[in-house]
Every structure is written in C-alpha cells, then in structure tokens.
Design a binder for this molecule. Sequence first.
Ligand SMILES: C[S@@+](CC[C@H](N)C(=O)[O-])C[C@H]1O[C@@H](n2cnc3c(N)ncnc32)[C@H](O)[C@@H]1O
Length: 263
Amino acid sequence: MLYQREYSPFKGEIERGMGMLKGRLLVGTIAMVETNSLQLDRIVFIGRTYFEYLRMFDLNESDLKLGRVLDGAAGPSSFTAEATAKGFDATACDMLYCHPVETLADKGRMDIEHTFRKVDDVPHLYVWKYYKDRQEIIGLRHKALGAFARDYEEEIREGRHIKAELPRLPFPDRTFTLVLSSHFLFLYGDRLSLDFHVESLMEMMRVCSGEVRVYPLQGLDAKPYPHMEELLLRLRSEGLQGELVPTSFEFQRGANTMLTLKR
Ligand SMILES: C[S@@+](CC[C@H](N)C(=O)[O-])C[C@H]1O[C@@H](n2cnc3c(N)ncnc32)[C@H](O)[C@@H]1O
C-alpha cells in the first residue's frame, strides 16, 4: 500500500530515485534494492538467553547433564550464567572477555541499540513466530546482558568466562562434551573467511569429546552460507562429520537449521 502511495505508475524514474532517499518509509521492491541485508558495521556484542539457546540448538536439559559445555564466541549471552545457576557445568569464551564489566555492559547496550535500529530497515528478513514483537526481543537482549554482567563480575576466580580469540581456544583436547556457538560463524561470513570458519570449527572439535553445534547457518542477508559444501568437504577430509539438522527455532527468515559436527 505504502509502495503504491509513494510510487504511482505515473511517476518517473527520477522521482523514484528521490523517493528511495526517504529510506525506511518505503516498502516493496525499491526498499529491498536499497538494502537487502542487516547492515551491521561490526560483529556486535549482543547475547541470547538460556531458553533461546535451548531452542536454537534443539537441546533439552538432559543433554546439558552429560558433561561440560562450552559456549564459543559467547558475548553477553546469559546461557552460561543461567546454566550454572541450574547446576550445569558451563563455560563461556569470547575475545572481549579481558575488559572490565562496565566497558562490556556499555558496549552491549550500544550494540543492542545499533542492531535493532538496523533490523527496522529490513523487517522482511525476520519472522515473528518465536518472539511476539520488537519490544520483547529487545527486552530479552537486555535481560541476557544484565545476567551475563552480574555473572562476569562475580565469578572471576572460578574462571567461567575465559578470553579466547578464535580460531584458537585455550583449552586442552576434549575438555568439553558439547560445544555451542551462536550468531558468529556463518552469520558474519561476509567478513570472516572460509579458512577462518574451517580452522575455528576444527579447533572447537579439538576441545570437544562429543558434539559441536553452530547456529544460524545464514548470513546477515538471511541467505544460506555460500561455502557450506566446500566447508563440509574440508572438514570431512579432516575426519569430521558435519550434518545440517533442522531446529524448531526461527527468527531470521529461513534460519531453522543448525550444523552439528562429530568425529
Ligand atoms: C553476536 S555475538 C554472539 C553472542 C552469543 N553467542 C549469542 O548468540 O547470544 C558475537 C560475539 O563474537 C565475538 N567474537 C568476534 N570475533 C571473535 C573471535 N575471533 N573469537 C572469539 N570471539 C569473537 C564478539 O566479541 C561477540 O561477542
């Protein structure tokens, strides 16, 4: 409807071009040409909650009882804080876990704001099945950030939040039973190379005795990772079996599959 109001069939190409400058007012074909990807200028420090992790990775609590769990590139997710509070053995690692909690909390708040401003430019890339509306999801991101920050500050001596920069992890071989990684690999495939993906996944498998799970498998443009076939072949040549497994979760349109890796 908005498209028709802005662009009657009688308007010419110059007016169309000017209309595009109005940006977010426009919907339909022209707005999609203007931006068809979530335009994040950085790998953002925003995090999901424990229950979102269970849904994304199709996990139930009996899976978490099997041994130690690592959340790789965990950012301000509250998965580790909440899992620990429930009595599971969880560890989080991220390249930014060397900064004071106030710095991380400030960055987290800024990145939530940046991300959802950009999400508003590309509403067609998302489906509202799991989340009711924008406010609910922003609330969950702040809830995760708050729980992460409290845990990060309190548990320094127990070492549940470890600084680690992929493609290297500072853990001995087979330390964990399950390694999870969400919203890092594949999502930022426009700026992280295929070699980086292969090396990071091999490293996650090195520190894991069981299974690695990664979600989502789509880029910021909601398109499937373009090098998946080659990636799986390269991992297979290293003795690792990758499988694309459906999950019951979807927010980014079409992102309802995770990668599982085993030996
Ligand atoms: C969008 S957050 C994902 C947070 C969490 N996994 C979740 O889904 O809720 C991406 C995270 O990747 C981290 N990161 C970026 N490059 C990294 C690297 N080379 N090694 C480890 N972490 C990295 C960032 O610091 C950021 O916290």
